[in-house]
Design a protein around this ligand. Sequence first.
Ligand code: NAD
Ligand code: UDP
Length: 312
Amino acid sequence: MQKKKILVTGGAGFIGSHLCERLLNEGNEVICLDNYFTGSKSNVVHLMDNPYFELVRHDVSYPFSIEVDEIYNLACPASPIHYQHDAIQTVKTSVMGAINMLGLAKRLNIKVLQASTSEVYGDPNVHPQVESYWGNVNPVGIRSCYDEGKRCAETLFMDYHRQNNVKIKIIRIFNTYGPNMNPNDGRVVSNFIVQALRNEDVTIFGDGTQTRSFQYVDDLVEAMVRMMNTDDSFTGPVNIGNPGEFTMLELANMIIELTGSKSKIIFQPLPTDDPKQRKPNIELAKEKLNWEPKVKLQDGLVKTIEYFKKII
Ligand code: NAD
Ligand code: UDP
């Protein structure tokens, strides 16, 4: 395959760092753009000896100019505690970031892939979620900065495509976990593993009957690269996730067992607008990307636990 110059925004984050590594391993040149809001140089420090890897400190909500062949737009905090920390900046990152990356893709006539999210479905009334479902999102709640920011970014992607023929790809990522998650990230898998390894109380929000579908990061990265390489006529949006559905109670018990932890489970209030259930329908990804996730939750958790054992 021909060597490409690829821009990854949010490349020092959890998912971005895995994507940068994969793209470098395929022989590409990678420019990783990040403002280190939730990401960290430590996620990519092992790539820095590679002369085809460059790091750029920049906020994607401001214009950025460079000559590249493809863009993966991942810059945006993904954990509720972090995206709610500065809600206005979260909207700017999603919306201005999308405009800036789409403008760049338009000028260069290149493909740009948007890391959208299952949060565009909000607290879904359709289960499992299909791409044609428009969602059930509160526009004025504490999750709205993220949900509506990502929805507006999808709108911008589609409008740049319709109006300016920009080559776009939209993937809707469902809950993803794996090594390089920040131990203070606040998302459920990292929280439970860190708590279990420290023999601290495992904090379930609500009664633990809400569900999520967890995808291991390697499966996601495979789908991202496949999506980028689809024919220009396929824009998505396409769901990328693992349809295995688990309650938070099941997840907590599984992690306590896998870590051999002495932790107790405790129950804390459910955050506002917390979706009750989530599970992707991945028929479109199967058809268009010839992809489906391979890593079972238990196997992915074992690898993630090994990672956290080393860093905490
Ligand atoms: P993350 O927080 O680890 O990574 C996000 C990265 O973006 C970080 O390195 C952060 O510093 C950077 N960033 C944030 N604001 C920025 C800005 N204004 N300018 C430049 N960089 C900025 O999160 P992640 O889990 O790796 O998520 C990556 C992308 O995937 C996000 O767009 C997120 O919305 C999307 N996504 C993730 C999940 C998931 O479960 N992990 C699910 C759905 C969608
Ligand atoms: N959650 C929990 N304990 C925690 C962190 C999260 O029970 O310590 C719950 C949270 O309320 C939600 C689910 O786990 O129902 C997934 O939360 P996360 O923040 O990982 O992702 P999202 O809600 O964005 O899917």
